[in-house]
Write a protein that binds this ligand. Structure first.
Ligand code: GLU
Length: 461
């Protein structure tokens, strides 16, 4: 490189850094009470300097400023009547973040912690995740502060109907396609689909994904996020001459993502020794018996502590964060955001963790993430590693659109291919932009580029 070229490169880098700082500060000022959203933004902004230094046209067309402001934020009242005849009021949200690549796409989360910051961080992440899948889907997310825990079936149905009575005005197969997330599974999707159909007066299968198989659902959608995570981590391991076989794995959580991550990891020869719920965790050194976990969590609505009744040799530890004090080779955080902080990351490193793959959305704090990257742990960030769920949702939309239904193996093979592509594209972007092997930077850049080019092509809207 000539001296002039080198100086130009440093100058561009400086301009990009100053620009990013300015954009981040403005975002912070505009969204002062949204820490989770700002955390997600910060991680992206941290990755983009080399891209903007190479392609100043993205700065000129204000791509980032526009990307950081959701296209639409909808917030609404959800009134419903409980089994005692009392009136309850919750708050519903849908953040339609970005439609440059296709209709808004992303799940609905029902959990008491849901607020605008949480929905915006999830919606923002979803833009990049969906872009990485290579499918024609934009980014969105929604949910409610409704707590499904302990609700009867009829309460659940009344809540879902009330939620959809407002949401249906804003969604559609070509507009916005919600799905499940924490607290929303096929049952809730069924109630919402029924209400949408009744209000719309038409059977529009492609308006929601994660549906039951009888009325437009896709085979392998239930397994997709967990399986996809394991397919992704397998690619990371393979590149280092490693695999799941003979390794000890810990999977936090015991919901849909965790269950199918455990299933696939065990199928690949790993020993999965621990999982958790919001109260505590179980440690079974002989390997978790997945049938028991499925019985407790999929069929029943029970606590993970009841695992001990069937497996008295296993241990139950109160406080779910204790799960990360158990030594493991591969950690798959599949519970919730920020479950791994700096201290927890240090413990994992001290215990010799080799790989971390994120099944939950943003389960590591920025400090934890930095530690993993600095210590060269194989680290699969959520946007890339848990994209299998939404990828199969897009396959469900494709099946709905063509009125076809593919076999389990067909969908599973496509999922494997998609996860491999996400891995390769993220690795490629990481080396193209000067951070070889860094999947955080690679996934952020690969996800960003496609959205940025589409936004640029579509003009200032
Ligand atoms: N909630 C899932 C996610 O975080 C799936 C979204 C979808 O299928 O639309 O990606």
């Amino acid at each position: 490189m000539s001296t002039i070229e080198a100086t130009l490169k440093t100058d561009n880098q400086k301009i990009a850094n100053q620009y990013l700082e300015k954009v981040y500060n403005a975002t912070e000022q505009r969204n002062p009470h949204e820490p989770e959203f700002l955390q997600a933004v910060n991680e992206i902004v941290d990755s983009l300097a080399p891209v903007l230094a190479h392609h100043p046209q993205y700065m000129e067309s204000g791509i980032l400023e526009r990307l950081l402001e959701p296209e639409k934020v909808i917030s609404f009242r959800v009134p419903w009547v409980d089994d005692q005849g009392e009136i309850q009021v919750n708050r519903g949200y849908r953040v339609q973040f970005n439609s440059a690549l296709g209709p808004y796409k992303g799940g609905l989360r029902f959990h008491p912690t849901v607020n605008q910051s949480i929905v915006k961080f999830l919606g923002f992440e979803q833009i990049f995740k969906n872009s990485l899948t290579g499918q024609p889907i934009g980014g969105g997310k929604g949910g409610s502060d409704f707590n499904p825990k302990g609700k009867s079936d009829m309460e659940m149905m009344r809540f879902c109907q009330s939620f959809m009575t407002e949401l249906y005005k804003h969604i559609g197969p070509e507009t916005d396609v919600p799905a499940g997330d924490v607290g929303v599974s096929a049952k809730e999707i069924g109630y919402m689909f029924g209400q949408y159909k009744k209000l719309r007066g038409a059977f529009e299968a492609g308006v929601l994904t994660g549906k039951g198989l009888e009325y437009g659902g896709s085979l392998a959608r239930t397994e997709a996020t967990g399986y996809g995570l394991v397919y992704f981590v397998r690619e990371m391991l393979k590149d280092k001459g490693l695999d799941f076989k003979g390794h000890t794995v810990i999977v936090s959580g015991s919901g849909n993502v965790s269950i199918y991550a455990m299933e696939k990891a065990a199928e690949y020869g790993a020993k999965v020794v621990a999982c958790s719920d919001s109260d505590g965790c179980i440690y079974d050194e002989n390997g978790i018996d997945l049938d028991t976990v499925k019985e407790l969590k999929e069929t029943g609505d029970e606590r993970i502590s009841s695992y001990i009744d069937k497996h008295p040799n296993a241990q139950y530890l109160e406080d779910c964060s204790n799960i990360w004090s158990i030594p493991c080779d591969i950690a798959l955080p599949c519970a919730t955001q920020n479950e791994i902080d700096e201290e927890t990351a240090k413990t994992l490193l001290d215990n010799g963790v080799k790989a971390v793959g994120e099944g939950a959305n943003m389960p590591s704090t920025q400090e934890a993430l930095n530690l993993f990257v600095e210590n060269n742990v194989l680290y699969g960030p959520a946007k890339a590693a848990n994209a299998g769920g939404v990828a199969v949702s897009a396959l469900e939309m494709a099946q709905n659109g063509s009125k076809l239904m593919w076999t389990f193996d067909e969908v599973d093979e496509k999922l494997k291919g998609i996860m491999k592509n996400i891995y390769q594209n993220s690795m490629q972007a990481a080396s193209d932009y000067g951070s070889p092997g860094n999947l955080v930077v690679g996934a952020n850049i690969a996800g960003f580029l496609k959205v940025a080019d589409a936004m640029k092509a579509q003009g200032v809207i």
